[in-house]
Every structure is written in C-alpha cells, then in structure tokens.
Design a binder for this molecule. Structure first.
Ligand code: UT7
Length: 323
C-alpha cells in the first residue's frame, strides 16, 4: 500500500478592487495594447489599503476547507507560500492559523517566490507520505502591490494580488500512476541567478524594498526551464505529455505559457489560463488557477494535472498530480 496526498478541497480569494490596464496609462508611459500584447494581462486585483496577505490567505483557506467539508482543527499543518508576508516574522502561516481559529497543528511559510506554491505542495506531500501528518492546508497568497515600484513601467503593470488554497489529505493508493494525489515532484534552484529578479529591501537595508527584474533574462530562463522541469516530473511519475489533461502553469506571461505548452507538445486547450484576469500573483497564481479551473468545469476528478513555475532565486519546479 502506498500513501498518497490527495486534493480534497480548493478555493481562492481575490480582493474586490479590479485594476484594468488603462489605469496605468495616465501614470506611466504605457498602453493597454503594449501590456496585452507583451504579457497577455488585461486586468489585475489590488488589495485594499488595510488588507494583508494573511487575510487573503485565510479567505481562500476557508473556501478550500468548505469544499473539503473540514473544520480548521481537523488540519494538521498550514503551509503558506508567499514573498509578501504581513511582517518579517511571525510567518503568514501562523497568522492564518490564528485567523481560522485553529488551536492545534503547526504552521510555517515557504519562500520560493513565484515557484513557492510548487515548493509548498512538495513539502506537504513529503509530510503526508512520511506519515507525519494526515491533512495539510497549502496556500499561495501575495500582496505584490506592496512591493511594486509604480514608477517602473517594465514591472508595475505585470503583478497583482490574490490567494488560492488546497486541502491535501492522506489516502491509500496502489503505488501506480493511476492513483489520485501527488505522483511526482521536481524542484530546482540556482542562486547564481539571484540578480535578475529580486526585491531591493529587507533586514539588511531596513526597508521593505521594491521588485526589480531583468524581464528579458527571466523570460529566457522561463522558456528554457519550465518545460524541462515539467517533463522531468512527468518522467518520474512514469507518464508522458500525451497523458496530461491539464497544465496549470504559473501565470506570469501568456507568451511563456504558450511556448512552454508548445515545447511539451500540449495543445493550448489543455492549459488553464487566468493571467488575463489576475496578472502575475507570484506564489498565488497556481492555486488561483487550480481553483478557477475547477470552477470553470475544466479540471475534474481523475484528471492528470501538471503544475510548473519559475521565479526569483531563480527557483523553479513542477508537481504532477491526479485530481
Ligand atoms: O513571475 C516571475 C517570472 N517573471 C516572468 O516570467 C516575467 C518574464 N518577462 C516577461 O514577461 C517579459 O520580458 C516582459 C513582459 C517583462 C517584457 O516583455 P519583452 O518582450 O521582454 O519586452 P522588453 O523588456 O524587451 O521591452 C520592449 C520595449 C522596451 O523599449 P525599447 O528598449 O525596445 O525601446 C521597453 O522599454 O518595451 C518597453 N517597455 C514598455 N513599453 C510600454 C517596457 N515596459 C513597458 C510598458 N509599456 N509597461
């Protein structure tokens, strides 16, 4: 018998305020046409002034718990993937634990920037299959609007705020790739590339700082590495691109999403795409897309889903799971 980490619930939360591309036009030298054609983004959500990442995360978590039919105290671990935690410490995850009214279990953050949710899923999977926990709440949540330099047109038009969450539960499997649950993970990082995507603040500067990105360089790495990591995870699971029902990619740029699908030999009608509505929400983008994909009726029980993401670090990876 093999233990598998199976998705029991999924949910998302987006702040009420929707900011269309046109909003930027009288603030910086840009246009709706440029943003759409270079990134595929049409609008994004920005958190209200008093809204924090842990609030967004807790709202998404409540929806995932409701779908799973579980109470917060039935969860053993809360893992939040974020680069925009409310404070330097404690973790956003412990704040979510408190917001949900949880009185047991443990909680911690994972920091792998845009790849954070993939890394968090892999950690939750490891805790479940090793028998340390039965259930995990895995959340990706961000308020990137707080670290955007609104005078830098090359970056400020790309990002948005939001949160998505899944509930994972231990289940008995047969050990074959026909099982539901997480079937394989592939994680990578390369600290030599830290200078092409980073925030220029933190405890060493005494400021929160702003996001800085060499977009062209990140684009080049993304196109090369995303298909590689997805193929590697599929191979570990003994599966091929033909077996995939849905790619649920990190939503940074429609051109990257298309080129990765093309490299993998997968048609675009098997890719969940939300970048037009959410912009790049970093660690929140994949759980948001999973939740929207289920809501749209795209992802169904038994479907083979491949997630893939890359972000600051660089850090990148992929998780293959049967929904
Ligand atoms: O989530 C983490 C991973 N992040 C990513 O995956 C992002 C990866 N990078 C990208 O998505 C793309 O590189 C961008 C969307 C950021 C930029 O697209 P690009 O095709 O690489 O454009 P570019 O940076 O080469 O800029 C082309 C031109 C430049 O003008 P010149 O030098 O050719 O005269 C820019 O100054 O577009 C200009 N530009 C803009 N024009 C209007 C840059 N930003 C803007 C803007 N509006 N907002």
């Amino acid at each position: 018998m093999t233990t598998r980490a199976v998705v029991r619930g999924v949910g998302h939360y987006l702040p009420e305020r929707i900011v269309p591309n046109e909003w930027f036009e009288d603030k910086i030298d840009t246009s709706d046409e440029w943003i759409r054609s270079r990134s595929g983004i049409e609008r994004r959500h920005f958190a209200a002034e008093n809204q924090t990442t842990s609030e967004l995360a807790a709202n998404a978590a409540q929806k995932a718990l409701a779908m799973a039919g579980l109470e917060p105290d039935e969860i053993d671990a809360v893992i939040v993937a974020t680069s925009t935690a409310d404070l330097t410490f404690p973790s956003a995850a412990t704040m979510v634990q408190e917001r949900l009214g949880m009185t047991r279990g443990f909680a911690f953050d994972v920091q792998a920037v845009c790849a954070g949710f993939v890394f968090a899923l892999a950690q939750a999977n490891a805790l479940i299959i090793s028998g340390q926990i039965n259930r995990a709440l895995v959340i990706g949540a961000e308020t990137f609007s707080r670290i955007i330099d609104f005078t830098d047109r090359a970056t400020c038009v790309l990002f948005g705020d939001g949160a998505g969450a899944v509930v994972l539960e231990a289940a008995d499997g047969t050990g074959t790739n026909a099982d539901r649950g997480i079937l394989a993970t592939d994680l990578n990082s390369d600290g030599r590339q830290r200078g092409i995507l980073y925030v220029d603040g933190g405890v060493s500067t005494g400021t929160t700082g702003h996001l800085r990105m060499e977009g062209k360089e990140v684009f080049r790495h993304a196109v090369e590495k995303l298909a590689q990591t997805a193929d590697a995870a599929l191979e570990k699971a003994g599966l091929k691109a033909d077996d995939v029902d849905w790619i649920v990619p990190h939503q940074a740029n429609l051109r990257i999403i298309k080129s990765t699908a093309q490299k993998m030999g997968i048609d675009l009608d098997r890719v969940v795409i939300t970048v037009q509505d959410h912009g790049n929400t970093s660690a929140a983008s994949i759980p948001l897309a999973l939740s929207v994909g289920v809501e749209r009726g795209q992802i169904k029980q038994g479907d083979l889903v491949v997630t893939e993401a890359i972000g600051g670090g660089l850090a990148w990876g992929s998780v293959v799971l049967r929904w």
